[in-house]
Design a binder for this molecule. Sequence first.
Ligand SMILES: NC(=O)c1ccc[n+]([C@@H]2O[C@H](COP(=O)([O-])OP(=O)(O)OC[C@H]3O[C@@H](n4cnc5c(N)ncnc54)[C@H](OP(=O)(O)O)[C@@H]3O)[C@@H](O)[C@H]2O)c1
Length: 243
Amino acid sequence: MSVKDKVIIITGASSGIGLASTKVLLEDGAKLAVAARHVDNLNELAKNHADNMLVQKTDVSDYDQVESLVKATVEKFGHVDVLFNNAGIMPVSYLRETRLADWRKMVDVNIMGVLNGIAAVLPLMEKQGHGHILATDSTAGHKTFPKFAVYSGTKFAVKAIMDGLHQEEAGKNIKSTLITPGTTRTNLINTIPGEKDREAEEKTQETATLDPINLAYAVKFAIDTPDNVSVNEINMIPTGQLV
Ligand SMILES: NC(=O)c1ccc[n+]([C@@H]2O[C@H](COP(=O)([O-])OP(=O)(O)OC[C@H]3O[C@@H](n4cnc5c(N)ncnc54)[C@H](OP(=O)(O)O)[C@@H]3O)[C@@H](O)[C@H]2O)c1
């Protein structure tokens, strides 16, 4: 089954990689259920795609809201072919700053958000006899840097969870794909609390960056595969980025 007519849930769809993926998959005829905490722009987009698009305000750190998103998707489209667990935040800082609230938020959104998504769709996908779960980690989920310890920790966890999902579900016709972006020009840097840290990240973006649309085509490639093909990992970095 190609992208056309697949029912695809995307979290973190209001901006960046999630929004670009939403637009690319809509163009290809997929049925999209899109979620974020702020959905005004998604509601605007849905005006031209009423039959193919469901927009639901969802905080991925709250399991009940994610479960309700999946229920609404099944009510509108009948089933779920794909979940793209993409929502994430990156309030990076030095460990010595002890920003406990930011650490907790990263764990809640970046790790629990992915687990909430898996919990809400996996039993359904097993019942259907097919499914595909994608999640966005990061090159920082494979190697860490000063200020990135906790963010990296959450993304290392996403990688481990997706590896585990693959090990457990590969024989059950449920695919898993880890999308690993390098530096990408999105709103993610706005989640960095310190002005100097934010400016430092902006500087990195001046030298080497991907556009979210580059990742959107990678997401489409992973979804648009025949039943016998599973793309387990896509690691995409800007030309010029070292890791
Ligand atoms: N940009 C990069 O360089 C880069 C590199 C590697 C990995 N990534 C990863 O790529 C993913 C997408 O990020 P992006 O770069 O596209 O950044 P972005 O433009 O800031 O998009 C993040 C999305 O996540 C949503 N979100 C944040 N907290 C949420 C919550 N609690 N519940 C539901 N949605 C939430 C945001 O919408 P609301 O604020 O409206 O909820 C937004 O739609 C993230 O997992 C990020 O860690 C990004």
